[in-house]
Write a protein that binds this ligand. Structure first.
Ligand SMILES: NC(=O)c1ccc[n+]([C@@H]2O[C@H](COP(=O)([O-])OP(=O)(O)OC[C@H]3O[C@@H](n4cnc5c(N)ncnc54)[C@H](OP(=O)(O)O)[C@@H]3O)[C@@H](O)[C@H]2O)c1
Length: 515
């Protein structure tokens, strides 16, 4: 297999600046942010005068915090560890002890930013990263504004990075957007969906629009349907408290699943400019047919796992027995749905989406199933119809990122026989290991003021508009059959029925214990 080394000669380090991490003692900071910063540093993509302020309310100082990150973030670094570089990253940390609900934290922050700017020439640039519980997003933005920390002087930037979830329904998403936009301009707000930081998701656009063989067949004339699966094999682990108030629909659909759907269905943008791409994504999301209340009963399936056997073969408890989950919880841990897009390109093509916890495998993929070939040539031959399945293209987002195409080939023999065969492109084989957490690209793009991979307010709200009728119907009609699938299975029977009644089936998982 040939391998290609990316040409880094044109890639410059990001501009200087200060990254302020709110919630620096949390899970995201240690598992993702510091490993991602280290990976950027090893690739020479962090400016020499890039500094980090951590906002933390524990009883510790800079030395203790560095020791904490050394111990807790180091195991999540996946590139080769260069101790000198790692220590250099730790030495760039400035510690700000304080509660981010208190105004004086921001006055002290302002003084610290000025000092660092003077000593390290950070250009007045600041990236405020809200690695905090979502209830604090609006308040922190407001306090930053009140302390004069959101204002940009000529030639400098001040960016606010917000993690998901962006609200819990349309009304709260709108309210959050209003609060954020009262404190920062929309072009200063970077809403992260880490799926968009994944190489393979970005590659979908490159694959579609940089290959002349792909676009001509990427429409209703050649494509029968698409399936998007985001499967998790784990349960809710330690996140029961949050998850029980959210559920699979809120947690995954308006953000990750719709991000994948829009990327795979949008029209070509006229440039890679942030707003050109996001305009097209917004347009395709607005073209999704609204789901009517009566359709929720037929085209959307919800499920909750009962006890069963994990993908590793171990007995596992049902959702209602997980920590911090109500014993009679009506929260769904699985959702499958069918959507249609009102556009010339996608007229009549169904898109089936599914996601859930405690499924037989952990993977994310998009399956593009093409229409059947007219098989009249084989009608009177020994080739049976089922030996000529339709072609499928599988875009693997994780793990084993790549693209696979299955097509039919003649089996060597004296009688005509056909068999599906596969052509496979694996990212790792060609390009080696790329950025690993997905956060490297997002942080780098944010420092470079490129919003392409971040969600705009209208895209977020369109996503919630789509799921709102489902939330309403589910709220009015609580589930009567929960739990309705065993841990380690592919969700409730209705999920298979959603496809089979259209004469289709979910693509079996080859790497899973159960198809
Ligand atoms: N973890 C992930 O992999 C992940 C992935 C995707 C998105 N997210 C999102 O990222 C955000 C952060 O997640 P997380 O898992 O890192 O949460 P977390 O582990 O609960 O961390 C939140 C941090 O905020 C701190 N905090 C809370 N209130 C504070 C206050 N008033 N003043 C100062 N600090 C305060 C907490 O401090 P204490 O430690 O002192 O309580 C904690 O360190 C969430 O919005 C989450 O949905 C996380």
């Amino acid at each position: 297999m040939s391998s290609v080394t990316p040409d880094r000669s044109k890639v410059q380090p990001a501009p200087p600046g200060i990254m302020v991490i709110f919630g620096a003692g949390g899970d995201l900071a240690r598992r993702k942010l510091f490993p991602a910063l280290y990976h950027l540093m090893t690739d020479g993509l962090l400016a020499e005068n890039f500094r980090i302020i951590v906002v933390d309310r524990r009883d510790r100082d800079a030395k203790d915090y560095r020791a904490y990150i050394d111990e807790n973030a180091r195991p999540h670094v996946s590139k080769a560890m260069n101790d000198d570089l790692w220590q250099e990253l730790l030495q760039r940390i400035h510690y700000l002890n304080g509660d981010f609900q208190q105004a004086n934290t921001y006055t002290r922050m302002s003084t610290l930013i000025d000092e660092i700017d003077r000593d390290y020439h950070t250009g007045g640039n600041c990236l405020y990263y809200l690695a905090t519980p979502p209830d604090f997003f609006g308040d922190i933005a407001t306090q930053l504004h009140a302390a004069g920390l959101s204002a940009e002087s000529a030639g400098q930037w001040r960016h606010l990075v917000v993690e998901k979830p962006f609200g819990r329904d349309l009304e709260s998403a709108r309210a959050l957007n209003r609060t954020l936009q009262a404190a920062f301009n929309e072009d200063q707000i970077y809403r992260i969906d880490h799926y968009l930081g994944k190489e393979t998701v970005q590659n979908i656009l490159m694959y579609r629009f940089a290959n002349s063989t792909v676009e001509p067949i990427w429409n209703h004339r050649y494509i029968d349907h698409m399936q998007i699966t985001v499967a998790e094999s784990i349960g809710v682990e330690t996140r029961g408290g949050y998850y029980d108030t959210a559920g699979a629909l809120r947690d995954m659909v308006p953000n990750h699943l719709l991000a994948l759907l829009s990327t795979v269905t949008m029209e070509p943008a006229n440039s890679l400019d942030g707003n050109a791409v996001r305009d097209e994504q917004a347009k395709i999301l607005r073209a999704i047919q609204p789901i009517l209340p009566e359709q929720v009963l037929t085209d959307v399936v919800r499920g909750q796992y009962a006890e069963g056997v994990s993908s590793k073969g171990e007995p596992v408890p049902g959702y209602r027995s997980e920590a911090h989950v109500a014993g009679d919880s009506a929260t769904e841990t699985f959702v499958a749905m069918k959507v249609l897009i009102d556009s010339w390109r996608w007229a009549g093509v169904p898109f089936y989406l599914r996601t859930g916890k405690r499924l037989p495998g952990r993977y994310t993929e998009i399956v593009v199933q093409f229409k059947e070939a007219p098989n009249m040539m084989f009608r009177d031959s020994l080739v049976r119809r089922e030996q000529v399945p339709p072609n499928t293209l599988v875009l693997r987002i994780q793990p084993n990122e790549g693209i696979g195409l299955s097509f039919n080939a003649k089996v060597p023999s004296t009688v005509p026989q056909l068999s599906p065969v596969e052509m496979d492109f694996s990212y790792k084989d060609y390009f080696g290991d790329g950025p690993t957490t997905g956060y490297e690209t997002l942080l780098y793009e944010c420092m470079n003021s490129d919003p392409t991979l971040f969600k705009r307010a209208d895209v977020i709200e369109t996503g919630w508009e789509l799921v709102e009728p489902i939330l309403d119907v589910w709220h009015a009609l609580p589930p009567r059959d929960f739990p309705n699938y065993a841990a380690g299975s592919w969700g409730p029977d209705e999920a298979a029925a959603l496809m089979s009644r259209d004469g289709r089936a979910w693509r079996p998982c080859k790497a899973c214990s159960v198809d």
